[in-house]
Design a protein around this ligand. Structure first.
Ligand SMILES: [Zn+2]
Length: 269
C-alpha cells in the first residue's frame, strides 16, 4: 500500500489497484477529521457515540478530498453476516444535512454502475476491495472473524461472477489494514469454530504463551485464492490496526471506545 494526501487528509491506496484508471479507491486513517477523543479525529462510524454533526462533517471532508458527491455514497449497516448486495440503482436522494446507512444487513456491496461510491467502515475487521477491470465491476467486503468464518470474501467473488460477469482469474484484490495475528487473541469458542471450519495446519491460528491468535488477513487471502483468484493479483496491507492505533481506529486496543475508518471504492464515470 502507499500513502497519499488530499486536502491535508491522508489516505492509503493499494499499489496493485492504483494501476487501474477505471477504479477509484481509498482507505482513510484516523487523521484529518474534527472529532474529539476517543473518536479522534476522522471518525466515520455512524453507530458510534460521536455526535452526528462531527460524523457528517468528517464525511463531507472525505468526500471533498476524494472528489465524490456524498449523495452517491452507498453504505450498509454491517452485521457480520454473509449477505452481499448488488447495487444496481442510484442511491435514493438523502438529506444533505445528514449521513445515514442506505442499506442494512449486508456485509459486502457490489456494483458495475459508474458514479456510485461504495463504503465499508471498520476498526479491526478486514476491509477487502475486489475489482475486475474487464467486466468493470467492483466490490467492498467487511470481514471480521464471523464474516471470515462464513466465507464472505468468497461469497462476494461468486456473486461478482454470477451477477455481473466478472471472472475469478481477472479479479484484483486488496486486503486492507486490520488487526493482525500479533494482537488478535481469540477465546476457545472462536478457536474451536476455526478448527472445525479450517482443518489442520491451515486454521490460521497460532499458540503463544497459552493463548490463541487468529490471522484474519491470511484466512481471507486463502479464501480468495480458493475462490479462484490468482495470488499475484492480491495485495495484503501489512498494518495491524491494534499495533498502530495511532494511525487507525482499533476496537480491540481501545476497548470499544473508538471510531471507524473506511474503505471507499467506485468506478470512474
Ligand atoms: Zn498487532
Amino acid at each position: 500500500m502507499q500513502k497519499k494526501t488530499n486536502n491535508d487528509i491522508p489516505f492509503l491506496v493499494f499499489n496493485n489497484l492504483s494501476q487501474h484508471p477505471g477504479l477509484f479507491h481509498a482507505i482513510t486513517t484516523r487523521a484529518g477529521g474534527i472529532s474529539p477523543a476517543p473518536f479522534d479525529s476522522l471518525n466515520l462510524g455512524l453507530n458510534t457515540e460521536d455526535t452526528p454533526e462531527n460524523i457528517l462533517r468528517n464525511h463531507q471532508m472525505v468526500s471533498g478530498a476524494l472528489a465524490f458527491n456524498l449523495q452517491s455514497l452507498v453504505s450498509t449497516k454491517q452485521v457480520h453476516g454473509s449477505r452481499c448486495l448488488n447495487v444496481t440503482g442510484s442511491p435514493s436522494p438523502a438529506d444533505p444535512g445528514s449521513v445515514t446507512y442506505t442499506h442494512e444487513g449486508y456485509d459486502a456491496l457490489i456494483t458495475d454502475r459508474p458514479g456510485i461510491v461504495l463504503t465499508i467502515r471498520v476498526a479491526d475487521c478486514v476491509p477487502i476491495l475486489l475489482y475486475d477491470p474487464e467486466a468493470k465491476v467492483v466490490a467492498v467486503v467487511h470481514a471480521g472473524w464471523k464474516g471470515t468464518l462464513v466465507g464472505i470474501a468468497g461469497i462476494a467473488v461468486g456473486q461478482m461472477c454470477r451477477a455481473f460477469g466478472a471472472q475469478e482469474a481477472r479479479i484484483r484484490a486488496g486486503i486492507g489494514p486490520s488487526i493482525g495475528p500479533c494482537c488478535f487473541e481469540v477465546g476457545s469458542e472462536v478457536a474451536e469454530l476455526f478448527h472445525q471450519a479450517f482443518t489442520g495446519s491451515t486454521n490460521y491460528m497460532t499458540r503463544r504463551a497459552g493463548s490463541t491468535y487468529l490471522d484474519l488477513k491470511q484466512a481471507n487471502h486463502a479464501q480468495l485464492v480458493g475462490s479462484g483468484l490468482v495470488p499475484q493479483h492480491i495485495e495484503t496491507g501489512d498494518f495491524c490496526t491494534a499495533c498502530r492505533s495511532d494511525v487507525f481506529f482499533s476496537h480491540r486496543r481501545e476497548q470499544g471506545k473508538t471510531g471507524r475508518f473506511a474503505l471507499f471504492a467506485g468506478l470512474g464515470s
